[in-house]
Design a protein around this ligand. Structure first.
Ligand code: CP
Ligand code: NVA
Length: 303
């Protein structure tokens, strides 16, 4: 593994290696065992979109690993004035040991990796959110102890999070069902891959998708960059909400996950959110541990 650009680049074995290391780092962290595995290393974090979890968990993660992180808002970089990704990649590679980037187009992340000479981590694009899904898989395994015979149902927009969830969960051998309006389906190539490689279904029927699900997952109806579509999306997604009626059809022991930030009253009711807040904030915490594992594997010396 040289970069983390999208989960389809990783084998099931590589994903499990990340999850196992993440569990170990979490255990050590909780027990006050220091692990300065990235002492003296620097991560640059380029943000073209807002962030709470990704920014803070990467920055704290680097600190806990003995390294340092630089917050680089694209507005302040020369990139914001038109310097190319290619030149930014070649320059930053001379100073840094790794780059995390949150941006719009997946091709920018791929280009950064192509032109730079250091590991690149995708901190969210319009297409994918691999760091999120590594934390999600870690959380699912914590609660359910294995991925065997588990069904995840995602309700809502077939967005970046849905795309990565499909790939990550199918690679771990889970069944995946998506409930979304016809015109907001996940990426067509990802869905075709999932159908060929596992138990996957995408339907506009929530009852059909959620039946017996062990993990119920949702995300906002309008992602970053889609703000002007908010009203149109509200109309299209009106019934795609995780609420008591939906939860009644899931497995009685089902957990609920949300990548956050949540728009309560839209994709999830406040009641369901609060009933499952423990899982949801464990999931948010696990961003820290999963990303530390990714950084150690990509930027550490033991490769
Ligand atoms: N889930 C997630 O990536 O959160 P932020 O946008 O706050 O980083
Ligand atoms: N789908 C959301 C996820 C935020 C973490 C977005 O892209 O805004």
């Amino acid at each position: 593994m040289k970069h983390l650009l999208k989960l389809s680049d990783l084998s099931a074995g590589e994903i499990l290696e990340i999850l196992n290391l993440a569990d170990q780092l979490k255990y050590e962290n909780k027990n006050g065992i220091e692990h300065p595995l990235l002492k003296g290393k620097t991560l640059g974090m380029i943000f073209q979109k807002s962030s709470t979890r990704t920014r803070v968990s990467f920055e704290v993660g680097m600190y806990q690993l003995g390294g340092t992180a630089l917050f680089l808002s694209s507005r302040d970089l020369q990139m914001g004035r038109g310097e190319s990704i290619e030149d930014t990649a070649r320059t930053l590679s001379r100073y840094l040991d790794g780059i995390m980037i949150r941006t719009y187009d997946q091709s920018e992340v791929e280009k950064l990796a192509q032109y730079g000479s250091i590991p690149v981590i995708n901190g969210l694009t319009d297409y994918a959110h691999p760091c999120q899904v590594l934390a999600d898989l870690m959380t699912i395994r914590e609660y359910k102890h294995s991925f065997k015979d588990l069904k995840l149902c995602f309700i809502g927009d077939g967005n970046n999070v849905a795309n990565s969830l499909i790939v990550g969960c199918i690679k771990m051998g889970m069944s995946v069902s998506i409930a979304c309006p016809e015109e907001y389906r996940p990426d067509a190539e990802i869905m075709a891959w999932a159908k060929e490689n596992g138990d996957f279904a995408c339907t506009s029927s929530i009852p059909e998708a959620v039946k017996g699900a062990h993990v119920v997952y949702t995300d906002v109806w309008a992602s970053m960059g889609q703000e002007e579509e908010t009203e149109k999306r509200r109309a299209a997604f009106g019934s795609y909400q995780v609420n008591d009626e939906v939860m009644a059809l899931a497995d009685p022991e089902a957990i609920v996950l949300h990548c956050l930030p949540a728009h309560k009253g839209e994709e999830i009711t406040s009641k369901v959110f609060e009933e499952h807040a423990v899982e949801i904030f464990d999931q948010a915490e696990n961003r820290l541990h999963a990303q530390k594992a990714v950084m150690v594997l990509l930027m550490g010396n033991q490769k």
